[in-house]
Design a protein around this ligand. Sequence first.
Ligand SMILES: *[C@@H]1O[C@H](CO)[C@@H](O)[C@H](O)[C@H]1NC(C)=O
Ligand SMILES: *[C@@H]1O[C@H](CO)[C@@H](O)[C@H](O)[C@H]1NC(C)=O
Ligand SMILES: *[C@@H]1O[C@H](CO)[C@@H](O)[C@H](O)[C@H]1NC(C)=O
Ligand SMILES: *[C@@H]1O[C@H](CO)[C@@H](O)[C@H](O)[C@H]1NC(C)=O
Ligand SMILES: *[C@@H]1O[C@H](CO)[C@@H](O)[C@H](O)[C@H]1NC(C)=O
Ligand SMILES: *[C@@H]1O[C@H](CO)[C@@H](O)[C@H](O)[C@H]1NC(C)=O
Ligand SMILES: *[C@@H]1O[C@H](CO)[C@@H](O)[C@H](O)[C@H]1NC(C)=O
Ligand SMILES: *[C@@H]1O[C@H](CO)[C@@H](O)[C@H](O)[C@H]1NC(C)=O
Ligand SMILES: *[C@@H]1O[C@H](CO)[C@@H](O)[C@H](O)[C@H]1NC(C)=O
Length: 324
Amino acid sequence: MPGKLFEIHISDFIIIMRLSSVLRQFLLLFLSLQALGSSSAATDSTKPTMEPGIFYSYGPMVENTTNAPSDDGSSSSVQFPTPFLFFGNKHQQIYVNNNGFLTFNQSSSQYDPDSFPAFKNQDIIAGLWTDLDNREKGLVYYRQYINGSILQRATQDINSYFSNLTFNASWVFTATWNKVAYYNLTSTETSFQVVLISGGNYSFILMNYAGIAATEHPVEAGYDTVNSYYYFVIPGSNNGSSITKLNTSSNVNVPGRWAFRVDGESKPIAENTIGLELKFNSYSDMTNTANVEFILQKVRQNLIKKGLPSNIQLKLKKILKINP
Ligand SMILES: *[C@@H]1O[C@H](CO)[C@@H](O)[C@H](O)[C@H]1NC(C)=O
Ligand SMILES: *[C@@H]1O[C@H](CO)[C@@H](O)[C@H](O)[C@H]1NC(C)=O
Ligand SMILES: *[C@@H]1O[C@H](CO)[C@@H](O)[C@H](O)[C@H]1NC(C)=O
Ligand SMILES: *[C@@H]1O[C@H](CO)[C@@H](O)[C@H](O)[C@H]1NC(C)=O
Ligand SMILES: *[C@@H]1O[C@H](CO)[C@@H](O)[C@H](O)[C@H]1NC(C)=O
Ligand SMILES: *[C@@H]1O[C@H](CO)[C@@H](O)[C@H](O)[C@H]1NC(C)=O
Ligand SMILES: *[C@@H]1O[C@H](CO)[C@@H](O)[C@H](O)[C@H]1NC(C)=O
Ligand SMILES: *[C@@H]1O[C@H](CO)[C@@H](O)[C@H](O)[C@H]1NC(C)=O
Ligand SMILES: *[C@@H]1O[C@H](CO)[C@@H](O)[C@H](O)[C@H]1NC(C)=O
């Protein structure tokens, strides 16, 4: 398989892994991705046009709560009518932190992002966690919905990205950072939105990106969980120069949008064992479990980037060295 799929340049090993809780259709998808190889059909395309209107309705007329202008400020707690399931934790409330991320336990004024996996005792959803500053420029709004047309939109989006769930959204939460400046640089403006969606026992997040200014501040987009059992970093989002491309990348073929299933409840249907051929461009001691874990996480991130569910687990079953 061409190295591009995993961004690890490969040559000497076949790694045979066990994919648990991966549905068979995803294995098919995976195989067809293998066939696609390094062709430009990958979903993280850099098409010049952005689909208009990837943002769910936003702005002060719709999202009727606005955070106070405050560097490193936060909303007060937003109570949910029904719990939001996030990788097994049932959250009853959320905080919208001005620095571009959502927390469940308490608000946070942290302006430099943790590097995921952070192995901390908290769940975090980072639309774009960096040193944002809405004192002079930009607004941060949020709103939750239990009725209205936004539920149909969410239902439609989720069913088109995650097949065979027959999902029906009953709750949507949106938080939007609209043209917010970076700390003390009122010449910059950055716009993105995080959407939480739930229905039945399912939950999802969408991240929508519009104009994102480059920054020299540390930055990161993705999510992390208690002890980092699950986490994801949107590729390129931890580099302040390349975040301008967030409005063109996607894991669901919609430029500027990333979608994740986050309930963590999918039942292991069957464990699938697959063989992957990886080429390493430098020596890596595969008897060292830390190296193995590092590579598995890279592979996992790339599989999610290609559209597999974000709760897949990979286990190493066997390593064969080829081309000695
Ligand atoms: C998904 O649903 C379609 C239509 O109902 C069905 O034909 C297909 O077999 C299902 N796929 C899986 C993997 O269950
Ligand atoms: C926002 O609008 C919704 C629906 O009309 C309403 O239930 C909620 O109380 C409003 N929130 C605020 C802070 O006004
Ligand atoms: C935060 O919430 C999670 C999930 O409910 C819980 O496991 C964890 O202990 C909490 N952490 C802190 C610091 O309160
Ligand atoms: C949604 O429910 C709220 C509260 O029950 C109600 O005030 C509002 O009119 C409803 N909106 C729609 C679009 O049905
Ligand atoms: C989806 O849920 C709404 C209420 O949240 C309900 O009115 C509607 O009938 C449901 N649709 C399906 C297809 O189950
Ligand atoms: C940032 O801007 C604020 C308000 O304009 C100013 O009070 C503060 O001194 C500035 N801080 C730095 C480090 O430039
Ligand atoms: C949600 O999960 C619970 C327990 O796993 C189950 O009893 C319930 O039927 C499920 N609800 C739906 C709507 O699937
Ligand atoms: C993406 O964001 C960049 C940086 O803000 C902006 O220049 C560009 O026009 C945006 N592209 C699209 C397609 O929105
Ligand atoms: C960050 O992104 C820029 C532009 O895409 C690239 O030139 C640079 O090498 C990247 N830096 C790192 C540390 O990856």
